[in-house]
Design a protein around this ligand. Structure first.
Ligand code: ARG
Length: 457
């Protein structure tokens, strides 16, 4: 197959080079975006009378035929034509002849690939944002169901203070909100059209870059042709947003794994999203969550791969940059897959309300409530902390819960303790009392729910 750049060469390309340099095996994913870019470019060339409107129409018809062939799986992508751009251009010329050879006027594969990647990421990010939003809705719905499910909150994975399960679930809704905001922010900078920057220096032909940008739905046109073909910041930002999102999903996965153990017994993941063991008949394993946690490592690696790939590159385009697509595609697809499976899986998660409540009552989780009670009676917090610590120590040595202490026993620790202290030892009362803004009290949880119900409407 004849290369579009063969004019300057007198020897045939080595087969070893061909298989080494090709990107069609992965960048074929960009075919739709590549064709969309070419159609806009052809329209602009005609509007500017750089080609005739007849030629433009013929190019657009040819590209549409190619699109149809690819869609139907009737297109042969060939590695000798290196990449998606040359494969599509060559098929166009095969279909319509000479007008096809005019399409590449006033553009280069360098601005073309920058454009394709931006179009691809724009689409992926819109989809990811919509999926995260759905996940938030699922979590809000679960939180509504658990507005009075008390559970132990942890620090250092040691029981700390009772919280509402709704509050814990809403913590994820907040994380997801920031994830969504980050992608939206990244979209703003991805929304800049590099097409028309050509190889690096722009063109002497009378193009209208604003017109192409408008046709492709961009709100900005890149302002410096060298930067436009060299810049992959938008892809790095995307990989960073993806890595942070995956980190959140991985923490969730870890909690679901831990909480579904018999040792915790806080929840059960449905049979449909767990797997069995080939040898141990009793097993029900949270593989989906483990894979989500595991894939997070790969997504982090993708960010590091592109950062490292870019760091030593002189301006403008270098072929190294062809390697940007593999990590970008992988992170986009991995996050999308994780969000999609999680959406389905969460609907089948059943919390063990009794177990959560019992666990919240144990482990001296309401000790802070005694200390805060003493503070209300005028005891300085440091003294209150010390007194309560001694109460806890005495209970631990006798292996009894705080609730077993009689008033007489309690008063031996501090005369500031009276009968009403018993009320603060109840986990539900403890939760109810934490009504500071953003706290775990039912009233604060209701406020958060109202906020997100409105936001996600
Ligand atoms: N396949 C190339 C890439 O993905 C397209 C740009 C090639 N440009 C060049 N001058 N060789 O980066």
């Amino acid at each position: 197959m004849k290369k579009p750049w063969s004019g300057r060469f007198s020897q045939k390309t080595s087969e070893a080079l061909e298989s080494f340099t090709e990107s069609i095996s992965f960048d074929r994913k960009l075919w739709k975006h590549d064709i969309a870019g070419s159609i806009a470019h052809a329209k602009m060339l005609a509007k500017q009378r750089i080609i005739t409107s007849k030629e433009s129409a013929s190019i657009i018809a040819g590209l549409s035929e190619t699109a149809e062939a690819i869609r139907r799986g009737k297109f042969r992508f060939s590695p000798e034509l290196e990449d998606v751009h040359m494969n599509i251009e060559s098929s166009l010329t095969d279909r319509i002849g000479d007008p096809g050879r005019k399409l590449h006027t006033a553009r280069s594969r360098n601005d073309q690939v920058a454009l394709d990647l931006r179009l691809y990421l724009r689409e992926q990010m819109h989809n990811i944002i919509a999926l995260i939003r759905k996940l938030q809705k699922t979590f809000v719905a679960m939180a509504e169901q658990h507005q009075d499910t008390v559970m132990p909150g942890y620090t250092h994975l040691q029981r700390a203070q009772p919280v509402l399960l709704a509050h814990h679930l809403l913590a994820y809704v907040e994380m997801f909100q920031r994830d969504r905001d980050r992608f939206r922010d990244c979209l703003r900078r991805t929304d800049s059209c590099p097409l028309g920057s050509c190889a690096l220096a722009g063109t002497s032909l009378p193009t209208d870059r604003a017109y192409t940008a408008k046709l492709l739905g961009f709100s900005q046109v890149s302002g410096n042709s060298i930067d436009a073909v060299s810049d992959r910041d938008f892809a790095l930002e995307f990989l960073s947003c993806t890595a942070i999102s995956m980190m959140h999903l991985s923490r969730l996965a870890e909690e679901l794994i831990l909480w579904s153990t018999e040792e915790f017994g806080f929840l059960e993941i449905s049979d449909r999203f767990t797997t069995g063991s080939s040898i141990m008949p009793q097993k029900k394993n949270p593989d989906v969550m483990e894979l989500m946690r595991g894939k997070t490592g790969r997504v982090y690696g993708n960010l590091m791969a592109l950062l490292t790939l870019m760091k030593g590159l002189p301006l403008a385009y270098n072929r190294d940059m062809q390697e940007d697509k593999l990590p970008v595609f992988d992170s986009a697809e991995t996050l999308t897959a994780c969000l999609s499976v999680l959406l389905k899986m969460m609907k089948g998660v059943k919390f063990n309300i009794t177990r959560l409540k019992e666990t919240a009552a144990g482990g001296y989780a309401t000790a802070t409530d005694i200390a805060e009670y003493l503070v209300r009676k005028g005891v300085p917090f440091r003294a209150a902390h010390e007194i309560t610590g001694r109460i806890v120590l005495s209970c631990i040595s006798r292996n009894i819960p705080l609730t077993s202490l009689s008033l007489r026993e309690l008063r031996a620790f501090s005369p500031a303790l009276s009968a009403d202290v018993l009320a603060v030892l109840d986990p539900a009362a403890s939760v109810k009392a934490r009504s500071s803004f953003g706290g775990t009290s039912p009233s604060e949880v209701k406020r958060q729910l109202r906020h997100y119900r409105r936001l996600l409407r």
